[in-house]
Design a protein around this ligand. Structure first.
Ligand SMILES: Nc1ncnc2c1ncn2[C@@H]1O[C@H](COP(=O)(O)OP(=O)(O)OP(=O)(O)O)[C@@H](O)[C@H]1O
Ligand SMILES: [Mg+2]
Length: 273
């Protein structure tokens, strides 16, 4: 029976073993290490921050979203795009469990929240920072007080000394507006304050819904670069936006995947963007 090509080459190596045995051992060792590494990588990539399995959602009538399958792995950067009204905000709400799917499964940090207590779900949600599309604030409180609100609500206010708060506000370029009231802010300033509020709990995942929607182009770029820096620090990022120029700019800075909602379904957009 003829030998398969791999077996022939393996036989040749064995035939010249006297000379090559130490190299053979070396290559086997390398291959073994590579296989181990691959296995480890697979184990790592099995962890997901958010996972949707055949999830669907409707507000009562027809499905807005259907057959949603998505896996956000730790440290990934995704954009979510699609025309107005296609369900971008709805999908983000499913991700942080502000809405529950009408069918299918949505897992947060590998946990199926249907089997969890409300307290445990609340704890898990603290690992997610959300920049809401409408950036709502309590208008009678200052920017600093609004940014601190999530810590206050979760009883962790002491953890953030005021110097850290100022550092965070400085990082988003809002230190000078710490004492301002939200109605005094411009659209871009509101969005940077909303980003600071989303970051105050040091989340692992940042969901940003049109974070540059009310900002001028330059300010949008600045917000984007903050999100890119956060991603380089290891945070997982998902940004809903209809701004294709923003996506193009981001792709030059970070390895980002683009998801698109079309016909109620989620698709991976091609490289044509
Ligand atoms: N609370 C609600 N009750 C009923 N229908 C809703 C509700 N919220 C949103 N919708 C509808 O669901 C659809 C998806 O809305 P969604 O806000 O997710 O879209 P979007 O893609 O984020 O749009 P935009 O780009 O304008 O922000 C829209 O048709 C909207 O009218
Ligand atoms: Mg929206």
């Amino acid at each position: 029976m003829p030998l398969a090509p791999q077996r022939i080459s393996f036989s040749l190596v064995l035939a010249t073993q006297g000379h090559h045995s130490k190299y053979l051992f070396y290559f086997v060792k390398i291959a073994y290490k590579a296989a181990l590494r691959k296995n480890l990588t697979r184990q790592e990539s099995e962890h997901s921050v958010i996972e949707l399995k055949n999830a669907a959602f409707s507000y009562g009538g027809a499905d807005i979203l259907t057959e949603m399958n998505l896996r956000l792995s730790p440290g990934s950067f995704h954009f979510l795009t699609g025309p107005s009204g296609t369900g971008k905000t709805t999908l983000l709400k499913l991700c942080y469990h502000a809405l529950l799917p009408s069918s299918g499964v949505v897992r947060m940090f590998e946990q199926d929240v249907r089997a969890m207590s409300r307290d445990d779900v609340a704890k898990l949600r603290r690992r997610i920072g959300v920049v809401h599309q409408d950036c709502q604030f309590l208008d009678h409180l200052s920017v600093a007080e609004n940014v601190l609100m999530p810590l206050q609500v979760s009883g962790r206010e002491d953890e953030m000394a005021s110097s850290n708060l100022m550092e965070l506000l400085g990082w988003v370029g809002m230190a000078d507006h710490a004492e301002a009231k939200p109605p005094e802010l411009s659209g871009g300033e509101r969005q940077r304050a909303a980003l600071a509020r989303a970051l105050i709990m040091s989340p692992d995942l940042i969901l940003a819904d049109e974070p540059t929607g009310n900002a001028a182009w330059e300010m949008g770029q600045r917000l984007l670069s903050l999100l890119v820096v956060l991603n380089k620090m290891g945070k997982t990022i998902l940004i809903a936006t209809h701004d294709l120029n923003l996506i193009r700019t981001a792709k030059a800075q970070v390895s980002a995947r683009v998801l698109r909602i079309q016909d109620h379904r989620l698709q991976l957009a091609g490289a044509d963007l």
